[in-house]
Ligand binder design. Structure first.
Ligand code: FAD
Ligand code: 2HG
Ligand code: ZN
Length: 473
């Protein structure tokens, strides 16, 4: 595609649409929009535009389309696959100003939110009506609803409510040429043709700019019980996870941290995990190795106290569980969750990892967890794999650090993702393809599927202006 020129006429037009204060050109003003959360993906942009509503977004896209200027849509910039930053000099369309929470529709248990509303604000807004958003993740203070739909974000409650796509009952978006498509009535049954909400969920900014989203909400489950369970092996943790999914109707989250990651996060927090083989003062200087041990955090949530239900299920796992710590009050729960919630931060403090976010079929999960360190080291002997994730969904986050916190060899990504595909898994569970996994998409998608993807892209964005370097090879 021949890209357009950003000339004074275009800048004047954009300034007329959004106001001069929302057209950023100086490098010191655009720098924060050009590097991602991980610091692995950094580019530069000649132009950041910050529209305030749908009409401004449409007018901006119409102007950029006329000038053939490619665009990276950006929400909270917490994406982890290099899809939210301008790596090839694109303009950035920041959606954070579209931050209006419309009143909760309590009759329908739904709400319409601007694309720039943060997850934390959406959660607080829903909670005021006794309702909750079905997806929760640790980046909640920055991640936006538009970005979460665009990535089909997952997080910790997928086993109960599904990922972001399952929450969407209506969508409004601006297409590449500035056309607005809007379908926000939120009718639970509505078979009137293609579901654009489903199509845009997981499209990573390549098919349209999401401006408003209507979300299905869920009854709040205020009573919680949380257990941290320690295991000798990944296989035991996987068996226990399956039993908990079968046996605990109120199961709300089922997360795993494997030994290397647990050693790192406990050192980062300065606290040893209360159960399992890294006890005592091991957090002061533990070896950060994948020694085979595993921990699960199991949380049950209900309208009435679920601790008996969770406790009984844990007792039945006596043959598998080495030790268990149970938390019943919020402070104790938070202490257990800290060992999961802070893993990403702990890794980021240690260096710049390659992040490989994968799903395995349940039957191959333990084999993968045990096998992947060797796959990594066969490619880069000095690399350090750190494993954790949403075990209830078969989703493992393989983070790989190089020596001294440097990036590992690029070949590690390919080796791990090929291993995943061989075992019948997905090379992207919840973070998307972005630019990071472009060259591996073929491992999961056939030529026919990729041709269908390209046809959809051409139909909605014939010039290729929307995130042109993301998702599609
Ligand atoms: P951005 O990072 O700004 O953008 C992500 C992608 O969406 C880009 O391709 C961008 O072009 C596109 N996009 C953004 N806004 C729009 C829009 N309005 N219209 C069209 N396209 C758009 N993810 C999970 O799934 N589960 C987790 O548990 C999880 N935990 C995380 C924890 C931490 C500490 C961090 C830093 C990230 C985590 N993430 C997780 C990743 C990230 O938070 C999600 O991918 C999130 O959905 C990104 O939202 P965002 O608003 O930051 O989007
Ligand atoms: C999580 O589950 C996030 O904590 C981030 O998806 C995963 O850092 C990662 O690789
Ligand atoms: Zn995750």
């Amino acid at each position: 595609m021949s890209t357009g020129v950003i000339d004074a006429g275009l800048i004047d037009e954009l300034t007329g649409i959004v106001g001069a204060v929302h057209v950023l050109r100086a490098p010191e003003m655009t720098a924060g929009y050009s590097i991602d959360w991980t610091r692995r993906f950094a580019g530069a942009t000649p132009l950041v535009i910050r529209p305030g509503d749908t009409a401004e977004t449409a007018a901006v896209m119409s102007a950029l389309a006329a000038a053939r200027v490619p665009v990276v849509p950006q929400g909270g910039n917490t994406g982890l696959v290099g899809g939210s930053v301008p790596l090839a000099g694109e303009a950035v369309l920041s959606m954070r100003r579209l931050n209006i929470c419309e009143p909760v529709d309590e009759l329908a248990s739904q709400v319409t939110l601007g694309a720039g509303v943060t997850l934390a604000d959406a959660q607080a807004h829903a909670a005021a009506s006794g309702l909750s958003v079905g997806v929760d993740l640790a980046a909640r203070d920055s991640a936006t609803i538009g970005g979460m739909v665009a990535t089909n974000a997952g997080g910790i409650n997928v086993l109960r409510y599904g990922a972001m796509r399952a929450q969407v009952v209506g969508i409004e978006a601006v297409l590449a040429d500035g056309t607005v498509v809007s379908h926000l009535a939120g009718l639970e049954k509505d078979n009137t043709g293609y579901d654009l909400g489903s199509l845009l969920a997981g499209s990573e900014g390549t098919l349209g700019i999401i401006t408003r989203v209507r979300l299905r909400l869920h009854p709040t489950q205020p009573e919680r019980a949380t257990a941290l369970l320690a295991f000798e092996t990944a296989a035991d943790a996987v068996s226990a996870a399956a039993a908990l999914r079968r046996g605990v109707a109120s199961l709300h989250a089922l997360e795993a941290v494997f030994e290397g990651a647990m050693a790192l996060v406990s050192r980062h927090l300065g606290v040893a995990p209360p159960v399992g083989r890294l006890g005592g003062d091991s957090h002061r200087n533990p070896p950060i190795e994948d020694g085979g041990g595993a921990w699960l955090i199991a949380e049950a949530a209900a309208r009435t106290d679920p601790s008996d239900e969770l406790g009984a299920a844990v007792e039945e796992l006596a043959d598998l569980v080495v030790d268990a710590a149970v938390a019943l009050d919020p402070a104790a729960r938070q202490r257990l969750w800290a060992f999961r919630d802070n893993v990403t931060e702990a890794i980021s403090a240690a260096g710049i990892p390659h992040k490989l976010d994968v799903t395995l079929p349940a039957a191959r999960l333990a084999e993968f967890v045990d096998g992947v360190p060797d796959v990594v080291r066969a490619t880069d002997p000095d690399a350090q794999p750190l494993l954790f994730g949403h075990l209830g969904d078969g989703n493992v986050h393989v983070n790989v650090l190089g020596p001294g916190g440097a990036e590992p060899a690029d070949e590690v990504d390919d080796a791990v993702l090929r291993y995943v595909a061989e075992l019948g898994g997905s090379i992207s569970a919840e973070h998307g393809i972005g630019t990071a996994k472009l060259s591996q998409l073929h491992l999961n998608r056939s030529e026919a599927e990729l041709a269908a993807f390209s046809a959809i892209k051409r139909a909605l964005d014939p010039v290729g202006l929307l995130n042109p370097n993301v998702l599609l090879p």
